[in-house]
Design a protein around this ligand. Structure first.
Ligand code: GAP
Length: 446
């Protein structure tokens, strides 16, 4: 029978940040040098979680769709790309400096700046007038560092999809409507990175640019909004902590016809994890103009030559990972008064799916045999150290949905005990059936 217990959801981000560091999900990058603001490293558990999320996105958006092609482009694109896209001119946030403490803030976030540490008699900052600060990270290509060698780390992954549109369409022999998807790193020199990984300077995006005729834009916009919400619900982000929010007309980018944000309720409020945009034909037209190439298509039946409209879905992988971790976190008080922290990940997202826990080191041989059989299908963790209660707690914190214990009876009855993370219920099943039973229980998302 499941133990009686009360559960508390995550209320303070500090609790998650501390669990993530303690268990090696995510921690400051270059930690030994004191960290580097806005950059994060994923440890073994975080990397598995993130990879599972990325594979699921790729599976749903690329592999299951005959009308979507996946690509993987260079992080540095031709600098003209960012002129055509408007980033060189417009991709900036308003910045203010405090003349006293020398700190910098986004002008629209000075309300969160806190007191000034350097002014006597007043804790108020002494701000400069706002000025625009371009968020693209610059670098130089080749041996020279002059203006001609300036290049940018991509600020979004989609621009190279537009650069490659013609080549991908021709080589894949896709016809409009169809999409091109890409998953990878993006960089923004954010003025105030904050809220753990939520606003970082280096992050991953998974973007789909779906090209259609202008007469079908509403249909595809609504199709992709539904598909993407289905995806987030599949991750378990359902209920009253997930919503869509349509942009008001004055929020829209000048080229956009419609935009919807997918928002999650973090402990620091409702925040965007994905944007779905009708970008019109702005991108292909601009890249056509700047490159001098014709990026239009000809309808094989009507012979109309036109520049397709783009419906974009752009999800932050790190933000979604953060939402998944916030959502999974629970602190439970068990009936014996003990507290456990449990990460209730969906089994297909969990970094470790199965832990093999022999009750004694003397059971190493059958336990390792089962471990290597299970490793062919799952990410497995083997742990024979410490008392079994403590080993279960470690796996609860890692979010491992199933623990398999092998005891001295196992040799006689050829059975093992499978303990389920959330209910903590235990069930004895034949060793030979463990792989199939767990595959059925972990595989619902695949
Ligand atoms: N191509 C469209 C585009 O880049 P965006 O709203 O700027 O649109 C899309 O970014 C998604 O990328 C966001 O919904 C968010 O999940 C993620 N993202 C943007 N800036 C980020 C940052 N500084 N740190 C982490 N994720 C970020």
């Amino acid at each position: 029978m499941a133990a009686e217990r009360s559960a508390r959801r995550l209320e303070r981000m500090e609790d998650l940040v501390s669990l993530c560091a303690r268990r090696g999900f995510v921690f400051q990058s270059s930690e030994i040098y004191g960290g580097i603001n806005g950059f994060w490293d994923y440890g073994p558990l975080g990397t598995e979680l993130k990879n599972n999320l990325k594979s699921l996105w790729w599976q749903r958006v690329v592999r299951e769709r005959p009308d979507v092609e996946g690509i993987d482009t260079a992080i540095i694109a031709h600098p003209r790309t960012w002129e055509a896209s408007g980033h060189v001119e417009h991709f900036s946030d308003p910045l203010v400096d405090c003349r006293a403490c020398k700190k910098r803030f986004r002008a629209d976030q000075v309300g969160d700046a806190g007191p000034c540490s350097a002014r006597q008699g007043s804790s108020e900052h002494d701000f400069t007038e706002p000025r625009n600060f371009n968020l693209m990270l610059r670098t130089h290509i080749g041996a020279s560092e002059d203006a001609a060698a300036v290049a940018y780390l991509r600020a979004e992954t989609c621009q190279s999809i537009f650069n490659d549109f013609k080549r991908v369409r021709e080589t894949s022999r896709q016809k409009i409507p169809f999409g091109i998807a890409q998953l990878g790193k993006a960089f923004r020199n954010e003025i105030n990175p904050r809220n753990f990984t939520f606003r970082s300077r280096e992050f991953e995006q998974a973007e789909l640019e779906f090209f259609c005729h202008a007469t079908e834009r509403e249909k595809w916009f609504s199709h992709w909004t539904d598909e993407r919400m289905r995806f987030h619900r599949e991750l378990g982000l359902a209920g009253d902590r997930l919503r869509t929010r349509a942009h008001a007309t004055d929020e829209l980018a000048h080229y956009a016809r419609a935009a919807v944000d997918v928002e999650y309720l973090f402990p620091f409020g409702w925040q965007e994890i994905e944007g779905i945009h009708d970008r019109g034909s702005y991108d292909l037209s601009r890249h056509g103009e700047y490159s001098g190439k014709d990026l239009g298509v000809t309808d094989p039946e009507t012979k109309e030559h036109y520049v397709p409209v783009v419906i974009e879905t752009s999800v932050g992988i790190d933000r979604t990972c953060l939402a998944v971790m916030v959502d999974a976190y629970a602190e439970e008080t068990l009936e014996d008064g003990e507290t456990r922290i449990v990460m209730r990940f969906h089994p297909a997202l969990a970094p470790i799916q199965v832990a093999v826990l022999p009750l004694s080191k003397k059971l190493a041989e059958p336990a390792h045999r089962l471990e290597s059989e299970l490793r062919r299908r799952f990410n497995v963790f083997y742990d024979d150290a410490g008392n079994i209660g403590r080993r279960y707690r470690r796996q609860d914190e890692a979010g491992t949905p199933f623990c398999v214990t092998i005891d001295f009876e196992s040799a006689q009855d050829e059975k093992v005990t499978v303990r389920e993370r959330d209910s903590m219920e235990q069930e004895r099943i034949p060793i030979g059936a463990v792989g199939a039973v767990l595959a059925e229980r972990t595989g619902a998302l695949r």
